[in-house]
Write a protein that binds this ligand. Structure first.
Ligand code: ATP
Length: 355
């Protein structure tokens, strides 16, 4: 097998601290990968005005097997234009329509809820990643006056809705639970009682596609009720499919059950094409440059990427090493340990070499 080619974009803020740790871990575990680093981000934008070089996305698609991203966002770029063009550009222009965000509890100590064990939290949120309210469609009229009108459109297409729902059922079929048991349900979450036009489309397509998967129970929950249920009883969830904005919000809430944003991993996937992997957290300017950011979200994201590329053995070893770090409290302070970003990364590097 030839080495998998990985484009690395650490980006801004804590992305530049956590990504190097994840790269070291992938090297230490002996994964057959080859990294090419790109400097897209705030510094580059401030220096030469470039967010994405010409041909940038096509080049990533053509020349790499996967893309590994840190985070974008910097207080010096008030408009956040570079983050929008790079991150949303990758999702939209490379058509990475499935944002896959697994919600897993590695150790009971990480969960703020009482009496919850790792086996109780093992679900995945599949967020539609190319439409919804994040397409920036809309506009402002009479800005700055008392008559100002701001319109933010919510785009939902049959094609876009159908492919993420189909992805959810396929995911449920192909990805057993961590205990080896099958995934039994796919739950659609929306706000179809208030947002009737888009909700109606999602509901109809969900019913239509679910008929092709008789062994998987189709379920539905309004997104407000879902938020309550996630913190009341997370055991009931298996696969959740939802739109772009609700998926964004639900997964921050769910990250709270996993030990916070520093622990959550994600993939931006278009089956069969070059896909992109990034920790759920952002660039976190308040803690950037202080060696306090938790690198485990990025390291678990690296494991997710390796598994996607067929390197499951290496992925499993990385996950086992992170689990051991959590159990032994060899972690950063956000999850109760005494270590810095680099030191927590170093611990996992040493551990994967011994597993
Ligand atoms: P974005 O909109 O880009 O997702 P955000 O503004 O929602 O970003 P983050 O940048 O993800 O938020 O971070 C919010 C806060 O969460 C941070 O200020 C920090 O306190 C905490 N946080 C996020 N990631 C980490 C991490 N890896 N380690 C420790 N704390 C983190």
């Amino acid at each position: 097998m030839s080495a998998k080619r990985i484009a690395v974009l650490p980006g801004d803020g804590i992305g530049r601290e956590v990504i190097p740790q994840a790269l070291r871990v992938m090297e230490a575990v002996g994964a057959l990968v080859q990294f090419t680093e790109f400097d897209w981000g705030a510094d580059r934008y401030l220096a030469d005005g470039v967010t994405v070089p010409p041909d940038g996305f096509a080049m990533l698609d053509r020349e790499f097997d996967a893309i590994f991203v840190g985070a974008f966002g910097d207080p010096r770029v008030v408009t956040n234009v570079h983050a929008k063009e790079i991150l949303l550009g990758m999702r939209f222009k490379m058509d990475l329509y499935a944002n896959v965000r697994p919600v897993r509890l590695l150790d009971s100590s990480l969960c703020p809820m009482k009496g919850i064990e790792p086996k109780d939290i093992d679900f995945v949120v599949l967020r539609e990643n190319t439409e919804g309210v994040y397409t920036d469609a809309g506009g402002v009229f009479k800005q700055g006056t008392e008559d100002e009108i701001a319109i933010q459109e919510d785009i939902n297409t049959y094609k876009g809705v159908a492919r993420i729902i189909r992805y959810a059922f396929e995911y449920a079929e192909r990805n057993p639970r961590l205990d080896g048991g099958p995934r039994k349900s796919v739950l659609l979450s929306d706000k179809s009682n208030a947002m009737t036009h888009a909700g109606g489309l999602w509901q109809r397509v969900f019913q239509e596609i679910s008929r092709g998967y008789p062994q998987i129970a189709p379920k539905h929950m309004y997104v407000d009720a879902l938020c309550m249920q996630i913190v009341r009883d997370p055991r009931q969830f298996d696969v959740i499919v939802t739109n772009n904005m609700f998926g964004d919000i639900i997964t921050d809430l769910a990250a709270g059950l996993q030990g916070g944003l520093g622990m959550a991993a994600s993939g931006n996937i278009h089956p069969g094409r070059t896909s992109m992997f990034e920790p759920v957290h952002g660039s976190a300017p308040p803690i950037a440059g202080k060696n306090v950011a938790n690198p485990f979200g990025a390291i678990l994201t690296a494991a997710m990427m390796l598994r996607h590329l067929g390197l499951s053995v290496e992925a499993g070893r990385i996950e086992a090493a992170v689990l051991e770090a959590v159990r032994q409290k060899k972690t950063t302070q956000d999850i109760g340990g005494p270590l810095g970003t680099r030191e927590a990364g170093e611990w996992v590097v040493a551990r994967v070499q011994r597993i």
